[in-house]
Ligand binder design. Structure first.
Ligand code: MN
Length: 716
């Protein structure tokens, strides 16, 4: 492991920054920021005995390795000031502006977690990281640098604390660095964690590497010269680097059952060229001179890894019969391989680096999509966090479609997970799977690099059994959703049948009854959109078929009765108590969406059961004779969907902030729509809340935000 530089003067920082930010004002601002942080931390010392300021200074310095922008470096210098010093948000904002303050606040939030059990702590920690990534991924990058410096100076802490920090770094922060593609930080975090978690193994590997180093270096250097000459003969301009393997990567191979000798004898080279085409030409030249090891060639250029990594990999029998692992890639690919998402700082579109970084995170990184998919699945906090940890961040496998696209899946995923990940429709119509040219059962556990082909049949349908065969929570939810969707279709068929039957009894023609004019009248009367929905409201029991027929025939309406239904028919609505009646079908009205704690009134429907409205619902006005008293059952523990119209004061986008606020209050979001694309934005937000107090917490919190104009609860 190479010795990492620790700096002590701000001059060393600005000098490094000036190698890529060529602007006197920016550099002066960094100096000023440092002086401010220095004053604030004055008199504070780290466990190592050093002045505290050395820590933020070096966190900033680590970020210069990945060419962080000026704001990010400022935030790194200030990252502990809000929490540990006498400094207010306002003071910081006045001096350094909104953007920097926002970043510092993001980092501060991440470290402010205090929960009794390890599980609660983890849940909160993951949630905050996820919110951080979706708000401004730079917050997480600063956090990674912060942790890296703390790991470098971990020796100063007591052993028990060392283990805790090392475990957390290994299990949470290194995987996040990996998924963001920031290899430099990921790799060093892993090595440092291993050193504290398994010191025996760590030093054993380090020593073995050291003793064989001289000889290996000599062989690598000779091979480097031969390959370089070869490429020159073909006019390919290039650079070749010998490549040190990380101690952790060796440990990893050992723990997968490889032999020491196999790993140590493996030498590594990296070749950098200018164009993608030259990657392949260089590969051809090398293969023509050195025999490649079968099955070791991988083309991540045509098929990038889910964290955007691109490179050609091959292993050849090289000089003196030693095996050489060779990576070939362009300079651009190398930048992405080393710095991942942070490479936007180093490259071309530097001006919009911040925006590009965020949109790349959201659009290109599969792990972010997977996390967002999970967050839309209405899981409990604990399920959500466990799924993120087990299925997204850790232990993934990579398999291929027949076209060569890489699909990332959780370990132990089956062909059904694969099919659904490719496309829901593929999942829903799959009839079998072929892996590496052999038919496999549907519960086959996919392995890294499997090539998976899914056979489908348009007429085929999913089976409920599959829920037990799949690994990913998101797939499970998709299969469940299919069956709920299908219930809708069943209801529609049922509704159509009972309408036909009722019409026959009255000796009316089905076709004549459902002429365009009549359909129009029914739609208007019961407020549905189309014929299918008319069938649906009959099929699901909201309206009796005769009620629908009466709309057209205008027959005297019968006095409604409250129908009793058998207990097997009671839907999950035991949250309402109807005075004097035990078993009755109860629905919450879709127009005003009552939630626990609202003042409510029951309305006896013509068809089936009681619909519960808020007592101020405007749909209730003319219906007094059918009202019945209802109340909330205190013993329930459900969530209620409610819809808010949030009026803001500007055209700035506050969606992420809204989602963050609801997430902190543990309110799953059903949907967020932006209304009015110009002028002041209005959001229509549907969320699940526990009760009226829970909802009021959000409203109070939002009303404290300067960008909020007013908030309405929607009634239709
Ligand atoms: Mn810190």
């Amino acid at each position: 492991m190479s010795k990492k530089k620790e700096i002590h003067e701000v001059g060393e920082l600005t000098e490094k920054v000036s190698t890529y930010i060529d602007n006197k004002e920016d550099l002066d601002l960094l100096e000023k920021t440092y002086q401010f942080a220095y004053q604030k931390h004055k008199g504070q010392f780290r466990k190592s005995g050093e002045e505290y300021i050395i820590h933020p200074l070096n966190v900033a310095y680590i970020l210069t390795d990945i060419y962080a922008d000026r704001e990010t470096i400022q935030a790194a210098l200030l990252h502990d000031v809000l929490e540990d010093c006498d400094c207010t948000r306002e003071e910081m904002e006045n001096l350094f502006g909104k953007e920097v303050t926002h970043l510092v606040e993001g980092v501060t939030k991440l470290s402010k977690i205090n929960f009794s059990t390890e599980n609660e702590y983890l849940i909160e920690y993951y949630k905050k990281i996820i919110v951080g990534i979706s708000e401004d991924v730079r917050v997480i990058i600063i956090k990674l640098a912060d942790r890296l410096h703390n790991m470098r100076t971990l020796w100063a802490l007591p052993e028990e604390k060392q283990k805790i920090k090392a475990k957390e770094s290994m299990e949470i922060l290194a995987p996040i660095a990996h998924h963001l593609g920031i290899h430099k930080i990921k790799s060093e975090l892993e090595d440092l964690s291993l050193r504290y978690l398994k010191p025996d193994i760590f030093y054993d590997i380090a020593e073995k590497l050291n003793t064989s180093k001289l000889e290996r270096d000599k062989t690598v250097l000779e091979m480097q010269e031969i390959v370089s000459k070869l490429l020159k003969d073909f006019n390919i301009s290039h650079e070749i680097k010998g490549r040190a393997k990380s101690i952790y990567s060796i440990y990893n191979k050992l723990s997968k059952g490889k032999k020491f000798s196999d790993i140590y004898d493996l030498h590594a080279l990296r070749i950098l060229v200018n164009t993608e085409q030259e990657c392949y030409v260089a590969l051809g030249i090398i293969h023509s001179k050195f025999r490649p090891l079968p099955n070791r060639f991988k083309d991540y250029v045509a098929m990038p890894k889910p964290n955007m990594y691109q490179s050609l990999h091959t292993t050849v029998f090289g000089l003196d019969g030693y095996l050489f692992e060779i990576q070939i890639r362009t300079y651009d690919m190398d930048e992405i391989a080393e710095n991942g998402i942070a490479s936007h700082w180093a490259y071309k579109e530097k001006k919009d680096a911040k925006a590009n970084m965020q949109s790349t995170t959201e659009q290109k990184l599969q792990f972010f999509k997977s996390i967002m998919d999970l967050s839309s699945d209405k899981l409990s906090s604990e399920e959500f966090v466990n799924s993120v940890k087990d299925e997204v961040l850790n232990d993934n496998i990579y398999v291929f479609t027949p076209k060569g696209d890489i699909i990332e899946l959780p370990k132990d995923a089956t062909p059904i997970d694969f099919a659904y990940k490719v496309h829901t429709k593929v999942g829903e119509t799959m009839i079998g799977a072929i892996v590496n040219n052999s038919i496999v059962p549907l519960d086959y556990k996919l392995q890294n690099n499997d090539i998976v082909k899914i056979n489908t049949n348009k007429a085929s349908k999913p089976s409920k059994e599959w829920i037990n065969l799949v690994k990913s929570t998101h797939t499970k939810n998709k299969i469940r959703a299919y069956f709920t969707k299908n219930e809708r279709e069943i209801y529609m068929e049922r509704g159509k049948e009972s309408l036909e039957k009722a019409l026959r009894k009255k000796k009316l023609s089905f076709a004549e009854f459902l002429n365009d004019e009549n359909i129009k009248e029914i739609k208007a009367e019961i407020k549905v959109k189309n014929l299918e929905e008319i069938y649906l409201v009959i099929g699901n029991g909201k309206y009796a078929p005769n009620t629908i027929i009466n709309i057209i025939t205008k027959e005297e309406q019968q006095k409604p009765k409250v129908p009793k239904v058998g207990s097997q028919n009671i839907e999950n609505n035991a949250d309402i108590i109807v005075s004097g009646i035990d078993q009755v079908r109860v629905n919450l009205a879709q127009c005003c969406n009552p939630i626990f704690g609202d003042d409510i009134i029951g309305y006896i429907t013509m068809g089936n059961g009681i619909t519960v409205h808020r007592s101020n619902c405007h749909n209730l006005v003319s219906l007094e004779e059918r009202n019945v008293e209802v109340s909330w059952n205190q013993n329930q523990n459900k969530r209620y969907l409610t819809c808010l119209l949030i009026h803001t004061t500007s055209s700035d986008d506050h969606m992420l902030d809204l989602i963050q606020k609801t997430s902190i209050l543990d309110m799953p979001v059903d949907s967020v729509k932006t209304i009015g694309k110009t002028g002041k934005l209005i959001y229509e937000v549907k969320i699940y809340v526990r009760n009226i107090d829970h909802l009021n917490k959000l409203i109070v919190e939002l009303n404290n935000q300067p960008y909020i104009d007013k908030i309405e609860r929607i009634q239709r």
